[in-house]
Write a protein of this length. Structure first.
Length: 270
């Protein structure tokens, strides 16, 4: 009986020991898995950080340069030339139009004061010392004031057309570059697609990697052509709006000048 109890006690101790060992192993395994998962996560985050750092280091200009080179120098160079010439003309027009803008009401008041105090010559002197198309129109009208109001009005209208032509000078070139740039891009796209299908025909197999380069070049030329057109279109719309504003000022100033000359002749009984 004592031997039976001894055997049962030994068996119980062995069973309890095995349970403790299994529990320790079960606790160790999750810890190991958690450590492996943490290490993998840290490695992934480090890889992402390294990729982001390399992308930031690359920069927008470097990326743009690489895309430009990939697009091919033939069409991309022509598209870039359209952008350069269009921007040059747009900047020149913007500077000219800003210099041509004058305070029409202030000029009209100064001309009227000079006309009432010193006559036509004094008013013409004010116009000589003022820049802009409005002052030039005033000068032409005052210069023909001795021949009558009707003659002065015709002179103002005729010279207004001349000044409008000066304001719109070279603007048509900007619209031309706006139209040409996307068309050149589309032409590059068509040529790139033709090149891609030629490669398929030569290889006799529809391999995506075989035609990916040609399609990529085709799409890049289209993208750059559209970008150039969008940039020039913004400048073009600004220039047109500026010209319309100056032309409206010229028309208002012309009416004011004719009324001014009529009142001057009536007052002085000329």
């Amino acid at each position: 009986m004592k031997k039976l109890f001894s055997i049962m006690a030994v068996a119980a101790m062995v069973f309890v020991g095995s349970l403790n060992a299994n529990a320790a192993t079960a606790q160790t395994m999750p810890n190991s898995s958690q450590a492996l998962l943490t290490a993998a996560t840290v490695t992934f985050i480090q890889d992402d950080a390294a990729t982001a750092a390399s992308t930031e280091t690359k920069g927008f200009h470097q990326e743009l340069k690489e895309r430009f080179v990939e697009g091919g120098p033939a069409f991309m160079g022509i598209v870039l030339l359209c952008l350069i010439l269009g921007l040059a003309i747009a900047i020149e027009r913007i500077i000219y139009l800003n210099l041509s803008t004058t305070n029409t009401q202030k000029l009209a008041q100064e001309v009227e004061d000079a006309l009432n105090s010193g006559g036509v010559e004094a008013a013409k002197e004010v116009c000589r010392n003022t820049k802009g198309p409005v002052a030039s129109i005033y000068y032409q009208g005052l210069d023909r004031a001795d021949e009558g109001v009707d003659v002065a009005e015709k002179a103002v209208v005729a010279y207004g057309g001349v000044q409008m032509g000066q304001l719109e000078k070279n603007v048509s070139w900007i619209s031309l570059f706006i139209a040409i740039a996307p068309m050149l891009g589309f032409m590059g796209t068509v040529i790139g697609m033709i090149d891609a299908f030629d490669k398929i025909q030569a290889a006799g197999d529809m391999n995506p990697s075989l035609v990916a380069g040609g399609i990529k070049v085709a799409l890049l030329t289209t993208v750059f052509g559209l970008i150039v057109a969008i940039i020039l279109q913004i400048f073009y719309n600004y220039i047109i709006a500026k010209i319309d504003s100056i032309v409206n000022s010229m028309e208002d100033a012309s009416i004011t000048l004719i009324d001014m000359l009529f009142d001057y002749k009536v007052k002085n009984k000329i």
